[in-house]
Design a protein around this ligand. Structure first.
Ligand code: ZN
Ligand code: ZN
Length: 365
């Protein structure tokens, strides 16, 4: 990102967005937002925007790294004072009485601290400042997400032949982490590996449960590549699939395909969610799908746009999101199929590539 013109155009877009809020000085605090705008990848940094100046406030630990990473036009400020005090000192100098504060990434504790040190400055909570910008991916971001997804697919195809009877969920999770590293990435989150009835919990934590024939196995993981995330879920029948597994899998797969075919610029995110539920309803399974259809991903695993029934989002070109219908049946297990797409002018382009048709959804162990 460093030196890229995109860094500057992002700052420019934020400046334009802020102008609509009365040209307030602004503070961006969320890690992903700070990285997006400045290029800084460290865990401690605030971006203070006053007039045309962009200053990254960090501390001694990140001084060198920040100077190496920041985009042109961003100054690095790293002193001994805490970030709130440093921001207060800079604001005093430019005599501004209001500060728009990024609500994403700033804890309540930090907000209170800021209010305490910024005497005479009114804080103005300004929502998630970079979320609305980050939901549209530029070419550089698309390349990185594509690569993350490509490697994620490779991890899955390498994992399949390594699965053995009596392996535990935790062992599968460890294997996944190793493969992710071998593919040059890092795990986006703790992989979800759930076998049998455990798979009825959408976010099951891997345990010592063992892989056994006759049970479903759900695996959900992501690979981070140069800061950008991917997210993939596959579900397999262990041993010959039962007729119940086949019918649940078919319903979920058809729901996903129906959504993928409906994605195009201009459609409502909520209507995609509805589409998935209508398909599941034909199998009598709509009530078994209790979570959102999907989420945006990029510098964060979960970001805008949110794809669910309450979403007011309109799908636009350049958005990247997951499509992940699932069916969860307590006492039996669950099936989820998740892929990541980018919206093109004519529809969804699938970024994750891994077998998902019903004939590939089982494994002899
Ligand atoms: Zn996932
Ligand atoms: Zn996901």
């Amino acid at each position: 990102m460093k030196g890229a013109a995109s860094g500057n155009s992002r700052l420019e877009r934020l400046r334009r967005a802020l102008r609509g809020r009365g040209r307030l000085p602004a503070l961006v605090a969320g890690r992903a937002g700070v990285r997006y705008l400045s290029g800084f990848t460290g865990s401690s940094g605030w971006l203070l925007i006053t007039g045309g100046r962009f200053r990254l406030i960090t501390d001694f630990r990140y001084r060198e790294q920040a100077r190496e990473e920041v985009a042109p036009g961003v100054e690095v400020v790293s002193g001994h004072s805490e970030p709130a005090a440093a921001a207060a000192a800079l604001l005093r100098r430019c005599r501004r009485k209001k500060l728009a504060v990024d609500e994403a990434g700033l804890s309540l504790k930090e907000y209170r601290r800021l209010a305490a040190v910024l005497k005479g400055v009114r804080l103005f909570p300004a929502g998630d400042m970079t979320g609305p910008l980050r939901k549209f991916k530029d070419d550089g971001e698309e390349r990185l997400i594509r690569e993350a997804c490509r490697r994620c697919g490779r991890v899955w195809s390498r994992l399949r032949p390594l699965l053995r009877r009596a392996m535990t969920e935790l062992e599968v999770s460890a294997l996944l982490r190793r493969l992710i590293i071998e593919e040059g990435g890092r795990a986006s989150f703790e992989p979800i590996v759930a076998v049998g009835p455990h798979a009825s919990q959408p976010h099951a934590r891997p345990s010592h449960r063992k892989l056994r024939p006759g049970q479903p196995l759900m695996v959900d993981f992501g690979l981070e590549w140069k800061g950008y995330h991917s997210d993939l879920t596959r579900t397999l029948a262990l041993g010959r699939p039962s007729s119940r597994f086949r019918s649940v899998y078919r319903a979920v797969f058809e729901a996903q395909v129906a959504v993928l075919e409906s994605v195009r610029p201009g459609v409502k995110a909520a209507s995609l969610d509805r589409r998935a539920r209508e398909t599941l309803a034909r199998y009598g399974l709509a009530e078994r799908f209790g979570h959102s259809l999907g989420h945006g991903l990029g510098l964060e695993v979960h970001e805008e746009p949110r794809i669910n029934r309450r979403s007011r989002e309109i799908i636009r070109e350049g958005m990247v999101f997951s499509v992940e219908p699932g069916v969860y049946i307590p006492g039996w297990g669950g099936v989820r199929v998740e892929d990541v797409v980018i919206v093109g002018a004519r529809g969804a382009k699938l970024l994750t590539r891994a077998d998902r048709d019903i004939d590939s959804a089982w494994l002899e162990i």
